[in-house]
Each structure stands twice: as C-alpha cells, then as structure tokens.
Design a protein around this ligand. Sequence first.
Ligand code: PLP
Length: 407
Amino acid sequence: MIQPLPEIFALPSDQDATGRTFDQVELDYLRQALDSGVLTSTKGYFTKTFEKEFAELLGAKHARACASGSAAIHIAVAAIDPEPGDEIITTSITDMGALTPIIYQGAIPVFADVDPITLNVTGATIAAKISPKTKAIIVTHLFGNPAPMDEIMDVANRAGIPVIEDTAQAMLATYNGRTVGTIGAIGCFSLQQGKHITTGEGGVVVTNDPALDRKMYLYINKGWGYGDPKPDHYFLALNYRVSELQGAVALAQLQKLPSVVRRRQNLAAQFDAMIADIPGISAPKVAANSECAYWKYTLHVDSDVIKGGPVALGKMLGLSKIMTAPRYIVKPAFACEVIRDHKTFGKSQWPFTLARPEAVDYSLEKFPGTVEGLEHCLVLPWNDRYDEGHLLHIERSLRAAVKELTA
Ligand SMILES: *Cc1c(COP(=O)(O)O)cnc(C)c1O
C-alpha cells in the first residue's frame, strides 16, 4: 500500500487561496470602484475597460462581460436566435452550463461524438449530425486543448452554419496561431471560481461581428437599447450583467492571465517528460499546430495495463492527496436526467416535443468515442502555482500507484 504523504504535499487548489492569486491590484481596483459610488457596469469604468482589454488580448473586435459561462452560452445562442425545434450541435462531454441554455432558447441539443483520445468533437463527428434543422454548432475546447478548428470550420462553412466556441476551459489556447474563441462567430468564456482567472462567478462573450455584438449587448441588458434615440425593450431577454465589483476584479485578474497560462504550459511540458516512461498512461495529446491552455492535465489510462483503470488509479492518487476526476463528468451529458428524460417546462417536455427522433437518440452505441474516451480518462488538477516539488509529488505518486496496479 502507498502511505499517505504529509499535509505539506497538498497541492495548490483553485478552490482556495493556495491556488488563486489575488493581490493589491484587485484590492485597489475594488476600493476605486467603491469610492466611485458606481457599482453598475452600465455606467462604471471597470467592466467597460475589462471588456476592451479582454478583446485586445484575444485579438477580437468586441467583448462583453456577463454573469457566468452559462450566461455566455445563453447569450450566444440567443444572438443566433434559433426557431423553436431548430437543432444546435454540441458535444457529449462538456459542462451542463453549455447545454441547458440551448433548451431555454427552444432549440434541441444534438450531440456529436468525440475523439476518444482528446475527448473533443471533430469535423467528422459534427458532419454526421448536420441536418436541415441545424442552426449552430457549439465546440467545447475541453480541458484547454483546442478542437481541430480547420476541419470543423470547413464543415460549418460548407453548410453555412455559425460556430460558437465554448472557450470556458481554454483561455489563450491557440490553434494555427489564432486564439481560440476568435475563430468561430462567437467565443464564450467563464470567470467561475475554478477557471484560469476568476471573479467567483462571471463570463465573457467575444465576436468580430458588430451585428452579433449588438444583439449580445442587448441580450445582457433585458433587450433595452441604452443610448438609442428611442430606446425600447426590443425582444425577450434577461439581465445577465456583472457588477463593477466583478469588473474591478476581472480587470486585475486579466493582467495575470498571460503568465497564468504560460506557467501552466511550462509545467505541463516538464510533466510530459517526467511521466513519459511510466507504462499504461499517456500525456494529453495536443496537436502540433495548437497550444493547450491546460485547464486540467488529462491522462489517458490504458486499462489493459493498469488494473481497474482510471478509477483505481484515481483512488490510489487520492491517498497522496491528489484529487483526480476519473471519467471527468462520469457519464455523457445526454445521460443526465434533465436531457435523458426531457425534464424542462412543467410536464410539457418542450422543446424536445419538436425534435426529430434521430436527433434525440441517445443510444450509447451511437457514441463509441464518448464511451471509450470517458472509460480511459483521468483528469489531474492543474494549477499555475505548482512548483517542481508538486510535480515531483504527482510523478512519484503516479509511479507508485501504477506499479501497485500492474503488479
Ligand atoms: C465552466 C464551464 C461552463 C459554465 O460556466 P459557468 O461560469 O460555471 O456557468 C461552460 N462550459 C464549459 C466547457 C465550462 O468548463
């Protein structure tokens, strides 16, 4: 048996101060926001400045802050404005916050299968799901690893369908030299506690298209045309604004983002080399034309080599205080009650009542990549505050656990 290691080895965690960086800059900005007496982002300085600088950093024309990553997806879908029963292709392995907004907008989430190694959708898995009712495609860059955008954009462009990039886990990741989130029509980001930078809760939408930007701006603001000669509530929309308190922290956090991502990448490169000779596990596979943002570091575990696969390995690592997620979301998104049983508005099951039967066929044999991918993945927590000692601790614990499970 592996002996649990002393407390000193507990890894920095994004769930508390050990793995989050807030300093005097956040405090100064918060003080300034409070002193200004303006805490609404419709009038204050910080949220507007954050939006401008976030867009610049990404190389996008427009950015709008919003209440959460889920709100960002909702705003993007609302801007595309599907008819009830239209289909939006998405992925079977993602955060639920990327899926329920589709249903709230009256559209049907249609699940594309994933590559079993990267757990990302591909051009081929998306193409297999396109129908005359497809209105948009949402691509999640899972764990910070860019999905193959060339082939995806090719499929989307040929069908004339806009792509929404869910970049909640992939801030500043790049694909062919371009920042992900700026390749499709709209990019969606999250500032939730566990993401690269955080305001506790929060999100951002980005686009290069002024018409989409205008719609998204209105959607965040109850459809109200602030500043228009004759403003009105133009369409159905919510209040998805952030406050200036979030804007202040967001602007301070933004200055740290490039170094946070670079640090995570450097640590990952080091760790790739450290574990290269351990049998039965492989490092995340990042395409040669991509830079992963390493939200997490996801191992591929060969269950033929390692007895009990990711679950057994994760359990052993837990003894060394390395809190992993075997199988990530455990089951595909479509197997969650809300989607599997169409639990939506009252007993209506709307909008699923409008769906083509094939679009809501969740039989597992239709999703071989998803089944295989979940079976083999072990998600390691990753953090820019790791040092050499933390990497060594994870490496040693992995080595010991693999030895135990292959003996
Ligand atoms: C975190 C996350 C979301 C949702 O963001 P929230 O801010 O938690 O609402 C959406 N999609 C992905 C891929 C995420 O990781």
